[in-house]
Design a protein around this ligand. Structure first.
Ligand code: PLP
Length: 379
């Protein structure tokens, strides 16, 4: 595997002095009380290896969160704390998938899925979410299933498209999983960042799905602490044990003082992500309107940090060429969505992903630089 596109585009942003609307991290930190809680934990001596399973108060806080938000009643063996959602994804794929197994994934897909499926020696079976609408069609999921399929890997709210799968789409996936006796791993790190009343529904809450669903989430996006890398996986004890079994040989454990602080966040700072969501919705609208005014076709997201635009009217061969021209002429960087598709796939060739989880003045400056610059090919 090469380096990640995010590292590449952030390096391009530094090299060209660009406004970086590529990598998805917020400019502003999460709640001050949570930062204080880390300091308190450090002073109290929480500086050695925490339990591989997770700090007990964080495990309890995740249980409380799943109960309050989704009515799911978990026991401690149905939760494992991980080094971000990234390690939960790695643990799930290394722990559940054997060489030669097949994994059904929604394309475009978050880039670590591709790496980890490859490291597990497994085979991707992509199902494409097509613009506009980016709907997941159950019949296409079904068509991707073979007798080698081990699991379906889902992500909702979806990065990069911003889709929040609705009840009909989730019911369709659940039906396929039940009939073919498949496990579903679902990445829900943007569970609280949805807009316009598009509520996130965990697949695990659908009838008969808890026992075959491993749900992954993280504090990074919910509380704007993406650098702390405190995540978790929840589900039936056997699936959680598979993640923990792999995780014991990855990080084993991490983030000793951050874990009690995130427990505090889950229990006392829920207003933070409600306000974050409303703030993101306003920034989404601002960026979407600005990009539309530049002549791009905008696919307005229902959740996440990201908006997708179609730039085919600018005449570049693909989104990589468009982004290179944009960094060069306007000093603005975004992510060519085609890197989240199978190589050579036509579906994402002219799509660009823009992050709006930035300070308002960064968005204003990004749009200001784009106005009055001719971004068409050959200029
Ligand atoms: C950011 C992100 C992750 C990584 O989460 P960490 O907790 O930072 O490891 C995983 N999945 C998706 C879809 C993401 O956007």
């Amino acid at each position: 595997m090469g380096s990640t596109i995010f590292a590449e585009m952030s390096a391009l942003a530094v090299r060209t002095g660009s406004v970086n609307l590529g990598q998805g991290f917020p400019d502003r930190s999460g709640p001050a009380s949570v930062v204080e809680a880390v300091h308190d934990a450090m002073r109290a001596g929480r500086n050695q290896y925490p339990p591989g399973h997770g700090a007990p108060e964080l495990v309890e806080a995740v249980i409380g969160h799943q109960r309050r938000h989704y009515g799911l009643e978990l026991t401690a063996d149905q939760v494992v704390v991980t080094t971000g959602a990234t390690e939960a994804i790695a643990g799930a794929l290394l722990g559940l998938v054997d060489p030669g197994d097949e994994v059904v994934i929604c394309e475009p897909y978050y880039d670590s899925y591709r790496a980890m499926i490859q490291f597990a020696g497994a085979v991707r079976r992509p199902v494409t979410l097509r613009a506009p609408g980016f709907r997941l069609v159950a019949a296409e999921v079904e068509a991707a299933v073979t007798d080698r399929t081990k699991l379906i890997l889902l992500n909702s709210p979806h990065n990069p498209t911003g889709r929040v799968l609705d009840e009909e789409e989730l019911a369709g996936v659940a039906d396929v999983a039940r009939r073919h006796d498949l496990v579903v791993v679902t990445d829900e790190v943007y569970e609280h960042l949805t807009f316009d009343g598009h509520a996130h529904v965990p697949l695990a809450t659908l009838p008969g799905m808890f026992d075959r669903t491993l749900t992954i989430s993280s504090s990074g996006k919910t509380f704007s602490f993406t650098g702390w890398k405190i995540g978790w996986a929840t589900g039936p004890a056997d699936l959680v044990a598979a993640v923990e079994g792999a995780k014991n040989w990855l990080s084993y454990s991490s983030g000793a003082p951050f874990q009690p602080a995130i427990a505090h966040a889950l229990e006392h700072e829920e207003s933070f992500h409600r306000e974050l969501r409303d703030d993101l919705a306003r920034k989404r609208d601002f960026l979407c309107e600005g990009l539309e005014a530049l002549g791009m076709e905008v696919h307005v997201p229902q959740g996440t940090y990201f908006v997708t635009t179609d730039v085919s009217s600018f005449g570049h061969a693909d989104g990589i060429a468009f982004c290179a021209a944009m960094a060069d002429r306007a000093q603005v960087v975004a992510i060519p969505t085609q890197v989240f598709y199978e190589d050579g796939s036509p579906h994402g060739r002219h799509l660009i992903r823009w992050a709006f989880c930035k300070e308002q003045d960064v968005l204003v400056e990004g749009l200001r630089r784009l106005q009055g610059v001719d971004l068409r090919a050959g200029r």
